[in-house]
Design a protein around this ligand. Structure first.
Ligand code: PSU
Ligand code: MN
Length: 307
């Protein structure tokens, strides 16, 4: 086993006993939400996973160690330190680890560490994708490449329209990543249940999700699967309000020349400012909703036996 990986005793025991485990990312804690809501949410998400029968494994890099399973104190530490913790995607791992630094893991890096630890199911809010204007900027999240390579199911609430959703779907198709709608034919757009784009397949139960992923793995097809789970109706936002906020945020980031890894956190924070916190509330509820679905799916997945 690689010397940088540290699996918490609880997660390790669950994996050894073939009990369900769900991975969680930490960029959403340090960069995706303000303190203290980030810490409160991270702990509530872990609680939701437990209530649905699985063990949570929040993933981060602490002191150069790839951690699968954090203590409350470690979550509090990452949340308080906020954006002072490096946002760590695949390319950031070698230097952060060799220097013994901290890193908040994106979807891509969380998938990598989950896979090293033997965790197959991962819940988050939204993934990175092809940004609007990528035909000029070439800003395409490493999350998409990771979905193409690494065998982890990612449960999210679709993609925000800070991204070009059509191009994101095209990219995933090219890379052979199945995009599943949970009880929907339409790709959810994070804050809203509809985007105008279709998913590849609709599946209607955690068992169906688990079976599809197990089939992919047993065929030896590399890469993950993207499950898109619409935000519950009562927390979804008005499409016009959120789309206007997103347009303004994108325009502002262009004016300021925001680039590279700063783009996504900048847009998320700006949208929150413009909508006066309503988007944060939606964001919290959709993550909890995804955590519950991922936990139920992990319960079904372990029943299918390990591969
Ligand atoms: N989208 C969200 N919330 C988030 C992120 C994306 O709605 O918190 C974070 C995730 O950690 C994701 C990362 O993996 O941003 C993508 O960043 P980039 O676009 O720089 O790859
Ligand atoms: Mn990018």
């Amino acid at each position: 086993m690689n010397k940088y990986l540290e699996i918490s005793p609880e997660v390790k025991k669950a994996l050894e006993e073939n009990r369900p485990v769900v991975a969680l990312e930490s960029t959403i804690i340090s960069h995706g939400m303000p303190y203290p809501q980030n810490v409160e949410t991270a702990l509530r998400v872990e609680q939701t996973i437990r209530e649905n029968g699985a063990v949570p494994a929040t993933i981060a890099i602490i002191g150069g160690k790839l951690k699968a399973g954090l203590s409350k104190e470690e979550i509090e530490y990452l949340g308080k330190k906020g954006t002072k913790v490096s946002k760590a995607s695949r390319r950031d791992l070698p230097v952060l680890v060799s220097k013994g630094e901290d890193g908040a893991t994106t979807v891509a890096t969380t998938m990598i560490i989950a896979s090293m630890a033997g965790i197959s199911i991962f819940a988050t809010g939204g993934i990175g994708g092809v940004h609007r204007g990528a035909e000029i900027t070439m800003d395409i999240s490493a999350d998409l490449e990771e979905l193409a390579m690494t065998p982890v199911m990612v449960v999210c609430a679709g993609a925000k329209s800070i991204l070009d959703l059509g191009l994101t779907l095209e990219y995933l198709e090219t890379k052979g990543v199945p995009v599943i709608g949970y009880r929907t034919e339409e790709l959810p757009a994070f804050y809203t249940r509809k985007s105008g784009f279709s998913v590849d397949y609709r599946l209607d139960s955690p068992k169906e999700l688990a079976c599809a992923f197990a089939a992919k793995k047993s065929m030896g097809l590399r890469g993950g699967m993207l499950v898109t789970n619409p935000i519950p109706e009562e927390y979804s936002m008005n499409a016009d309000v959120i789309n206007e906020a997103i347009d303004r945020a994108v325009e502002e980031s262009r004016k300021l020349g925001i680039r590279g890894k700063e783009t996504t956190p900048y847009l998320l924070a700006k949208i929150k400012d413009i909508t006066g916190g309503e988007s944060l509330d939606s964001n919290i509820h959709l993550v909890l909703n995804n955590a519950a679905l991922a936990a139920k799916t992990a319960c079904e997945y372990v029943k299918l036996g390990r591969d």
